[in-house]
Design a protein around this ligand. Structure first.
Ligand code: NAD
Length: 459
């Protein structure tokens, strides 16, 4: 803990901590060893399993009774998490799930991993965080630790969340209970990404809150990185995601410029990657997807306005990234045109509907934007995705709900006028695709180096 105390004293110099009066003895009774994890999605479930693996029992909470039922039956609902992994923890009693928030009273800590989307005006929607806070508050006990993991703007944890917890419990943060923020760095679909090995940023509401949160995560993770405040931890997560969004926009723009010059951006990135310092590769694509990169930067944009600040990089990156599907549709229309076909009534197969490779997550996927744009121009659109056999109901893409992935079959694929690769899953046989398809518009360089009879157009 020496390093921690050093960092705490730096934090105090910057006066980011809230200093409390002499705290009562908040040591947690040894009987309360369970950790409650609220929100058992892409973030909450892997985190729960990691705590269990290192010996901490976990009580999982979610408002979705279907998830609770599946978890207690040791069945996975996330493609890259095998049911056997869940079974190992459920069968030994380490992991149990419930919708009953009153059980939180028996836990020593509560970690919140609920969604933080944008509302229809593209402003932060922290209602899930606040309703979770309201559900936790009546069961909060002295000495408990509450940690928010959901990505959000600086000031959510020590502002809105703290107020809700204090109002509903009658307890004070930093005095009666501990409060912290620790952003998630989950990298779904990356087989080299192991939750335990990813350093965990932690910021506390007070020095004691930080100490308790660091102690909690050290139980489960190899490396914990304390920062001076909840706000610094919230801002760290936003920096990471803004960095990605801006760099992806940069390569997307360069792709268009180089395309006009007859230069292949993919070849250029491969060459630039050989520089052993000062360069990090980012790759172009048909637009941004997922729960984080298209959304989180705008949490900062919104908050910055309160301080009279603008976020021009974020907005420019957003503009470039959201214009990419339009570019891809133009490339596809031009490629069809060269074979004497209009988009109208052409049969188009979109390959890869998930927002990134090797996952079943289709939230904010540019694949939907592409399919909608193609349909609006009269094209007849189908999709193939080995991770998404059927499109689930959702608020954003309700009109696609129930649509099934086509079968991977030569005759079926030959019947399409064009194939559009939007996401390059590992499990797709691109060699066969290159032999079966007529025309492939490739936004991911998936066909690079393959012998094909199809015409390949990069987009
Ligand atoms: N998915 C990622 O790769 C990733 C990575 C880093 C950070 N994050 C952030 O983590 C947070 C969670 O993301 P996710 O991808 O796990 O979302 P998710 O949609 O997969 O899971 C969220 C879960 O919370 C549940 N939930 C919603 N409201 C609730 C409530 N009031 N009480 C209890 N449960 C509730 C939902 O039913 C769902 O199971 C978000 O802020 C996201 O930005 C996600």
């Amino acid at each position: 803990m020496r390093g921690l105390f050093l960092l705490i004293s730096q934090g105090q110099r910057e006066s980011r901590f809230v200093m409390m009066d002499a705290t009562p003895n908040l040591d947690i009774p040894p009987t309360r060893s369970t950790i409650a994890i609220v929100g058992l999605g892409y973030v909450g479930l892997p985190l729960s399993l990691q705590f269990c693996r290192r010996g901490s029992p976990v009580l999982g909470l979610d408002i979705d009774p279907k998830k609770i039922e599946l978890l207690n039956a040791a069945k996975s609902y996330i493609h890259h998490i095998p049911s056997e992994t869940i079974h190992e923890q459920v069968s030994t009693g380490k992991l149990r799930a419930t919708t009953d928030f009153s059980e939180i009273a028996t836990c020593r800590a509560v970690i919140i991993c609920v969604p933080t989307p944008l509302n229809k005006n593209r402003e932060p929607d922290i209602s899930y965080v606040l309703s979770t806070g309201q559900a936790i508050a009546p069961h909060l006990k002295p000495g408990m630790l509450v940690v928010l993991e959901s990505t959000t703007y600086p000031g959510t944890t020590d502002g809105e969340l703290r107020e809700v917890l204090e109002a509903g419990s009658g307890l004070s943060a930093g005095k009666d209970f501990f409060l912290a923020f620790s952003p998630e760095r989950e990298d779904p679909g990356n087989p080299d990404s192991v939750v335990a090995k990813i350093p965990k940023i932690v910021g506390g509401y007070s020095p004691k809150c930080l100490e308790k949160a660091v102690e909690l995560y050290r139980c489960a993770l190899d490396s914990v990185v304390p920062v001076s405040s909840c706000r610094a931890a919230e801002a760290t997560k936003l920096l990471e995601n803004i960095f990605r969004s801006v760099n992806i926009a940069l390569v997307n723009e360069l792709k268009l410029v180089y395309e006009a010059m007859g230069i292949d951006i993919w070849e250029v990135i491969e060459a630039a990657k050989t520089k052993p310092f000062g360069f990090m590769p980012f790759y172009p694509g048909p637009g941004l997807g997922g729960h984080c990169i298209p959304i989180d930067p705008f949490y900062l944009t919104w908050k910055a306005r309160e301080f009279g600040m603008s976020t021009r990089f974020i907005e420019l990156a957003g503009e470039i990234n959201t214009s990419m599907p339009e570019h891809v549709v133009h490339r596809l229309a031009d490629a069809l045109n060269e074979t004497g076909k209009p988009l109208r009534n052409s049969r188009i197969l979109l390959v890869g509907l998930a927002y990134k490779a090797n996952v079943d997550d289709d939230r904010e996927s540019p694949g939907y934007v592409l399919m909608d744009k193609l349909v609006s121009k009269g094209a007849l659109v189908s999709f193939y995705d080995p991770y998404i056999p059927v499109i689930r109901p959702s608020r954003e893409h309700g009109h696609w709900a129930g649509t099934k992935s086509i079968a991977w079959d030569r005759q079926v694929i030959e019947s399409f006028d064009a194939v559009l690769i939007a996401t390059a899953h590992r499990d797709v046989n691109y060699q066969q695709l290159g032999q079966w398809a007529n025309l492939i518009v490739d936004t991911r360089n998936a066909m690079h180096g393959l012998e094909c009879s199809a015409r390949i157009v990069k987009a």
